[in-house]
Design a protein around this ligand. Structure first.
Ligand SMILES: C[S@@+](CC[C@H](N)C(=O)[O-])C[C@H]1O[C@@H](n2cnc3c(N)ncnc32)[C@H](O)[C@@H]1O
Length: 342
């Protein structure tokens, strides 16, 4: 593995987080087959391809990210663009035709700056646009959710995924407002949430921050995707292969932590939301660094978006995979009602 030179621009539009630490944990070596499950702006991909002569399967569910991946692959044929969700990692790896097993999987969860910064994608409460938030541009949108879910379901989403203390008040405000007029735009929702929470009152962050993040996670089933991807990574990694995950949300970090704790034999650890940890199973992962890696001060200063990033990684052992997780993952109630709406 060659040294990563960060002086060369790794990407434009999205500043990759914890990039040195990710590449160090992934440790690409010549001839390896690796997966970037979240191609995004291609920052991690470029860095991994720069340090070793690898084949990299670049996955993203966002068609716009895949356009960037195809452009990149035109210049570097070692990159194999593979549109889809990382929850379907195993099928995607098989379809990529580079063998059934890989040497490394990296995931950089959440959204890219490309997505947040484009008003038309509807992710941001700072930019007026259609209330969309769908990374894949299909399925029920954020507008469908706020216009059709029950008050209780919305409150659960804001409470569980957003950790919003006033979740119920926000849900009530949304249901009241939509009786008068349905939501269409990001700013309509941001204003309604702000009003429900009693305005800004000198708060350092926008009052809609938590609820917007929660809705985005729900619309894209982000926790369900993560749960499925961890179990899929267990199945596709070769012995000695590396799993590297960067999260930006405490729930996601907890999912990764509990999965690795259970799979490395350090926990009885089974939970309703996680792949089970039946007794008597041989550990499928070895965790060399228990504590999550966090950005240092220099990175925090240069890129405030990195403040909630946590990196965890582990080595695949030779043990056979455990049972797959329940497909439902961490999904909240309510999606059924939206089927057929969009
Ligand atoms: C934080 S960005 C990745 C940035 C990338 N590491 C870089 O350096 O440019 C996350 C990306 O993951 C994609 N993504 C999120 N969930 C996904 C999923 N379940 N399957 C595939 N891609 C996903 C998003 O569309 C977004 O492009």
């Amino acid at each position: 593995m060659r040294e990563l030179e960060l002086t060369s621009p790794v990407t434009s539009g999205h500043v990759p987080v914890l990039i040195e630490e990710v590449i160090h944990a992934l440790a690409p070596t010549d001839g390896a087959i690796m997966v970037d499950g979240t191609y995004g702006g291609g920052g991690y991909a470029r860095a991994a391809l720069a340090v070793a002569n690898i084949t990299l399967i670049g996955i993203d569910r966002d068609p716009e990210a895949m356009e960037r991946a195809w452009a990149h692959a035109g210049k570097d044929p070692r990159l194999v663009p593979a549109p889809g969700r990382f929850g379907e990692l195993e099928a995607i790896v098989h379809a990529a035709g580079r063998g059934d097993k890989v040497d490394g999987v990296m995931l950089d969860l959440g959204v890219s700056s490309f997505q947040i910064d484009e008003a038309g994608r509807g992710f941001s409460f700072m930019r007026d646009g259609p209330l969309d938030m769908r990374m894949e541009k299909k399925g029920p949108s954020a507008a469908d959710a706020v216009n059709h879910l029950t008050e209780g379901e919305l409150a659960d989403i804001f409470h569980i995924l957003g950790e919003e203390p006033a979740a119920r008040r926000v849900a009530r405000g949304i249901v009241y407002r939509r009786k008068i007029q349905k939501f269409q735009t990001t700013l309509e929702l941001a204003e309604c949430i702000e009003r429900s929470l009693g305005g800004r009152r000198g708060k350092p962050t926008h009052p809609a921050t938590r609820c917007f993040q929660a809705l985005r996670m729900w619309v894209n089933d982000e926790t369900g995707e993560l749960v499925r991807s961890l179990a899929a990574a267990e199945r596709v990694l070769k012995p000695g292969g590396r799993l590297v995950v960067v999260t930006f949300h405490s729930i996601e970090d907890r999912i990764v932590k509990l999965f690795l704790r259970a799979r490395s034999g350090n926990e009885p650890g089974a939970s309703r939301h996680l792949p089970g940890a039946p007794k008597g199973k041989t550990p499928t992962f070895e965790v060399l660094q228990r504590k999550a890696i966090e950005p240092g001060e220099a990175e925090l200063e240069a890129n405030p978006r990195s403040r909630s990033a946590r990196l965890r990684w582990a080595l695949r052992t030779e043990a056979p995979s455990w049972d797959a997780p329940p497909d439902e993952g961490f999904r909240l109630p309510g999606l059924k009602q939206l089927e057929g709406v969009a």
